[in-house]
Ligand binder design. Structure first.
Ligand code: NDP
Length: 530
């Protein structure tokens, strides 16, 4: 912010710069109109700022095919004789009037870049564009300002009618020092537009609070009183997808050798992620890794890697070794998927002795609960390096009850309870924990269940299992939206909500019993030896 104020406040440079600007209108100025730009970038300056901060020097290192159009507000530079517009609706209408013919040229997409107050003006312009049913920007690039309604250092009004000295002093204390505020000789140029812009800000009592379907990138800065990092988070609810997984992210997936883990690995490989896959079956891991490497070659980040480590998540040494490989290959972890899991297929009464009980229930707790704890503990330092995200693949029954899965369901209850607690412990450290709860998915988990389970062929084809591809699409969505808990399908969410309510909870139980009964029973004698 200071850098921008400093440049704009040098009067000689202001004149020099103004000569070279071309106009699309009073508001829209550019250093050079392009014949066939690939994109137009509209840049909205901070309070008191001018178009020239965006059109000179700043844009030169960036690609030629981008056409920069800066917003020149009245009361400064070439518009110094005009009065500032202090009504946000009037201002946005006037700006969008000039933009409309360019926006209607659908061959050229456009994005908005705004800094500080400029973000809010850009945001309001986008709403005016939506009101006129025009094509919305491709992307928002915002910095130095929280979302509409977020409190910040502008919140307590500055007396804009005070003397130049008082006004400059209070602005320095509130927004930080800059040459424009410290050098008295610059005040005739720098203070009137700043007063006008602050008046606009204070007069606006209603900003648009509705999210727009436009991807959003927001920057904050450590230690900056205005662009605090925490302000970035206030934008989270203002865009449908709060964050996009970057191409070369570092992703660790447990249980990457089959089913959901395999599909997750392939999905991230297509995006160019650096992958680390963990599971016990080496040949299966190698098969998946080979496919992932081919996908990575075609991805936006073809130099990314896919590494496998044969790991048993129930064995401490094995998990520690996997974390060491992760440290050497990835150095830090952006996304850790706790996906490895085992299931069962027996009623409690099927288990005749305590030994039989132990043989079935113990692996549930070892893999589904302790396995998650071991991996979380061993990978925590790598996850914390980049404020990464931990995604637990639980189950829809992680908050309900399911016949013939009691040990499995109990282990998922346990791990969900653990994650809900850890989320609170890690909140201040910026780690996101997402719990995804899929319903019935078409994978080999049933045939792999500890006691043999039911053969896939024995299952009722009418049972409507979710495809693994659909399931993973939802998992990626839940990850990108940084959800706390996400049920797939949504009816699972409703079931979870009403489960504790008398009568409604009974209906949920009877639906689940019906679903389980549609699996064709096979005699216990055909199941694996315990
Ligand atoms: P799969 O059986 O295909 O996958 C399970 C994965 O876990 C395998 O890659 C397996 O690899 C790995 N795994 C099992 N035990 C261990 C261990 N001790 N150490 C390391 N890895 C292990 O089933 P899914 O893909 O369906 O299951 C993935 C997750 O999804 C599980 O957590 C499951 O609870 C959950 N889920 C599944 C649903 C479904 O209907 N399929 C529904 C809801 C949730 P390997 O054998 O090579 O070690």
């Amino acid at each position: 912010m200071n850098w921008l104020l400093k440049n704009h406040s040098e009067p000689e440079r202001i004149h020099q710069k103004a000569i070279h600007l071309e106009n699309y209108g009073k508001y829209l100025v550019t250093p050079e109109k392009k014949q066939q730009p690939v994109i137009r970038l509209y840049c909205f300056p901070f309070a008191g700022g001018t178009a020239s901060v965006f059109t000179h020097g700043w844009s030169e290192p960036l690609p030629q095919q981008i056409e920069y159009i800066a917003i020149q507000l009245p009361g400064r530079q070439s518009r110094i004789d005009e009065l500032c517009v202090t009504d946000i609706r009037k201002l946005t209408r006037q700006i969008v009037d000039e933009m409309e013919p360019l926006i209607k040229d659908k061959a050229v997409p456009y994005a908005f870049l705004g800094h500080s107050l400029g973000t809010l003006i850009a945001w309001e312009c986008a709403h005016e564009i939506r009101r006129r049913k025009l094509v919305l920007p491709l992307h928002f690039l915002f910095s130095g300002r929280g979302a509409p309604g977020a409190s910040d250092s502008y919140q307590t009004p500055v007396d804009i009618k005070s003397s130049d000295k008082e006004f400059a002093d209070i602005c320095v204390s509130r927004f930080g020092p800059s040459q424009a505020l410290l050098d008295k000789q610059l005040w005739p140029l720098s203070l009137p537009p700043l007063r006008g812009d602050l008046e606009l800000y204070y007069r606006t009592d209603k900003w648009h609070m509705r999210a727009l379907p436009v991807p959003l990138t927001v920057w904050g800065a450590h230690g900056d009183p205005i662009s605090q990092e925490s302000l970035v988070e206030t934008w989270e609810t203002f865009t449908p997808s709060t964050h996009t997984i970057p191409a070369n992210s570092r992703v660790v997936i447990t249980g990457g050798s089959s089913g959901i883990g395999e599909e997750l690995a392939k999905r991230f490989a297509k995006r160019g992620a650096n992958l680390l896959l963990l599971a016990r079956r080496k040949e299966e891991l190698e098969r998946v890794a080979e496919e992932c490497r081919k996908l990575i070659e075609q991805s936006p980040s073809p130099t990314s890697t896919c590494t496998i480590v044969v790991t048993d998540v129930t064995k401490k040494e094995s998990v520690i070794q996997a974390a060491a490989v992760a440290e050497n290959t990835l150095h830090s972890v952006d996304y850790l998927f706790l996906n490895a899991g085992v299931s069962m297929d027996l009623t409690f009464d099927d288990l005749a002795t305590l030994d039989e009980l132990d043989a079935v229930f113990r692996p549930m707790i070892d893999v589904n609960y302790f396995g998650c704890l071991y991996v979380t503990k061993a990978f925590a330092p790598l996850l914390k390096k980049n404020k990464g995200q931990l995604i637990l693949i639980s189950t829809g029954s992680g908050v309900l009850g399911l016949p013939r899965r009691s040990g499995y369901v109990a282990s998922k209850h346990a791990v969900q309870g653990f994650m809900n607690s850890l989320r609170n412990e890690w909140k201040e450290q910026g780690i996101t924990i997402t719990t995804v709860c899929p319903g019935f998915v078409e994978t080999g988990i049933r045939t792999a269940s500890v006691n043999g389970g039911r053969a896939k062929e024995a299952m009722d084809p009418e049972r409507n299992l979710m495809s693994v591809q659909d399931c993973v699409t939802h998992i990626v969505k839940a990850t990108e939206q940084r959800r706390k808990t996400y049920h797939i399908p949504f009816s699972g969410q409703i079931g979870a909500y009403v489960y504790q309510i008398p009568i409604l909870g009974d209906i949920v139980d009877s639906v689940l019993r019906g679903k389980m009964n549609r699996e064709k029973a096979i005699p216990i004698t055909e199941k694996k030896d315990l």
